[in-house]
Design a protein around this ligand. Structure first.
Ligand code: HEC
Ligand code: HEC
Length: 210
């Protein structure tokens, strides 16, 4: 409940920023806009914010960032009724023009990649075994594979990856009929049998470097 309220408060403050910029007529100027509202939730320099479960954006591949913003905007992601964090993010992308998305991708590209700190401590050996099937798409070092549309996982916030794996497994993410990439990941998430398997594989990913 507390978390939901924090997200709601930030959400309102982000919307106020957007509204005040609209009044000033500078919506669409990514440097200003991003400063004022992406980092409200995604943290200073886009390093992620655990309090509202907004992940690290710094170091994210341009093609993946672009696709997620387009998917949120189109309602392909962040519309499932139980996808609490996705629902918080979706309105942030809903009004972006193609030009704004391109500007944001450039702006985020300037932030330094800083691997996130580990917050979970699962069974790394079991995680390594499970990761063998993930490597086919995400790469042996979880460095990502653009040709397959699979993003880098190395360095991403572990708490965020855990939420996403739970959401894919439950069908809160990846079940929209136009979500071609998400649906592949939804299928793959079923290979992780339970919560512990999720924690183990993420603990192994924490040991990898991009
Ligand atoms: C109100 C808080 C909030 C604001 C403001 C916000 N986001 Fe988010 N964003 C989130 C949350 C929470 C998530 C996690 C969604 C999920 O779990 O699926 C997220 C997810 C994302 C993702 C998906 C990351 C991934 O690895 O798939 C991208 C990309 C993103 N946001 C970009 C942005 C950009 C760019 C802006 C500014 C235009 C922005 N966000 C503003 C809360 C916010
Ligand atoms: C068939 C290829 C494929 C395999 C195998 C695969 N994935 Fe994925 N994964 C993807 C794609 C594609 C996406 C991006 C989905 C999207 O665009 O929304 C993704 C997304 C993710 C995300 C969300 C990243 C983010 O920033 O939001 C996580 C976490 C993830 N995969 C973990 C895993 C793990 C762990 C495994 C092994 C159990 C695995 N993947 C196996 C293709 C794959």
């Amino acid at each position: 409940m507390k978390k939901l309220m924090t997200v709601t408060t930030l959400f309102i403050s982000a919307l106020c920023n957007i509204a005040s910029q609209a009044a000033e007529g500078d919506v669409g100027v990514a440097a200003d806009m991003g400063d004022r509202y992406c980092t409200t939730c995604h943290g200073v320099d886009g390093l992620g914010n655990i309090a509202i479960e907004a992940p690290r954006l710094a170091g994210m591949e341009a093609w993946y960032l672009k696709r997620q913003l387009e998917n949120f905007r189109a309602g392909i992601r962040g519309t499932h009724g139980e996808d609490i964090q996705g629902i918080a993010m979706r309105p942030m992308a809903a009004k972006l023009s193609d030009e704004s998305i391109a500007d944001i991708v450039d702006w985020v590209g300037d932030w330094d990649f800083v691997p996130a700190e580990a917050t979970v401590d699962g069974n790394v050996n079991q995680g390594r075994t499970a990761f063998q099937s993930c490597a086919a798409c995400h790469g042996a070092n979880a460095e990502g594979n653009e040709a397959l549309g699979a993003p880098a996982l190395a360095g991403q916030n572990d708490w965020y990856m855990i939420t996403q794996l739970r959401n894919f497994r439950a069908g809160f993410r990846g079940s929209h009929q136009e979500d071609t990439y998400g649906s592949q990941m939804l299928t793959m998430s079923k290979t992780l049998r339970d919560e512990q398997a999720i924690i183990n594989v993420v603990s192994y990913i924490n040991t990898l470097q991009k």
